[in-house]
Design a protein around this ligand. Structure first.
Ligand code: FAD
Length: 217
């Protein structure tokens, strides 16, 4: 059964609070649709925000430790992080410059990320990364060996303090601006996949898998 997140003073959306969403299913859907997250952390007072791959498994986000290798040094107890995922759904062209905006769905997750050490959990995280890149890929590609598994550092952030913010719908102009002779509207935005092409060193006799040939977003 999925429960909603309870907003606290750290996760309550302040500006345009009606756009704040704390429903777990909505949040999971955004996290599962996103391909890249930005991991924010602080080292010696300097904030870093690093883009990286991630995957959600149940109530946790896994991400590659290499993104945060700097922060990992000497931080076996865990590192406070802020992870964001952003999906842009449209450009909002208002009559006034002030009311231009974007339609979007975004998630902010706060908490302490811990390094994953158990080989079975590491394997589960790598499986989730690979299947997120393209469902069906894990079974076709060579599985990680012990050396590769050791060389990969993975972090887990439990999803406990989480918020989403969603802007959807039409242009919102000031009442007096609706009379202006200015075109207004939405330009929808979508991330789409192009046609796959074969690696130069891939034997031409190997057929392209269906999951790649038919991949759509
Ligand atoms: C593509 C895109 C474009 C945006 N453009 C603008 C812009 O031009 N101007 C602008 O003011 N805002 C913009 N925003 C919204 C922006 O992300 C913040 O929500 C806003 O600036 C600050 O909100 P706040 O004062 O409520 O949040 P803060 O007080 O900064 O944050 C409080 C808490 O609210 C939650 N929260 C805040 N923002 C988000 C979010 N986007 N998604 C999920 N949880 C959130 C977090 O848990 C955060 O800890 C944009 C968002 C996106 C995704």
């Amino acid at each position: 059964m999925s429960e909603n997140f309870t907003p606290n003073e750290r996760t309550r959306v302040v500006r345009e609070p009606h756009r704040g969403v704390y429903d777990r299913d909505t949040i999971n859907k955004i996290l599962d649709e996103g391909l890249v997250c930005h991991v924010g952390f602080s080292v010696d007072g300097q904030p870093y925000v690093i883009p990286t791959m991630y995957a959600r498994v149940g109530d946790a986000i896994y991400f590659h430790g290499s993104a945060a290798s700097r922060m990992l040094r000497g931080a076996s107890a865990g590192i406070p992080v802020c992870i964001t995922v952003t999906l842009v759904d449209g450009l909002v062209l208002a009559r006034s410059v002030f009311n231009h905006s974007m339609n979007y769905r975004s998630v902010v997750a706060l908490g302490t990320a811990v390094q994953v050490n158990a080989p079975a959990e590491k394997m589960e995280a790598l499986h989730a990364f690979t299947e997120k890149i393209l469902p069906g890929r894990w079974n076709d590609a060579r599985q990680p060996n012990e050396k590769e598994l050791k060389a990969t550092s993975i972090l887990r952030l439990p999803l406990t303090e989480v918020s989403a913010k969603i802007r959807s719908g039409p242009v919102e102009d000031d009442a007096e601006d609706y009379a202006l002779h200015v075109w207004a509207g939405i330009v929808p935005m979508q991330l789409t996949a192009g046609a796959p092409f074969r690696d130069e060193r891939c034997d031409a006799a190997i057929p392209m898998p269906q999951y790649a040939a038919e991949y759509r977003r």
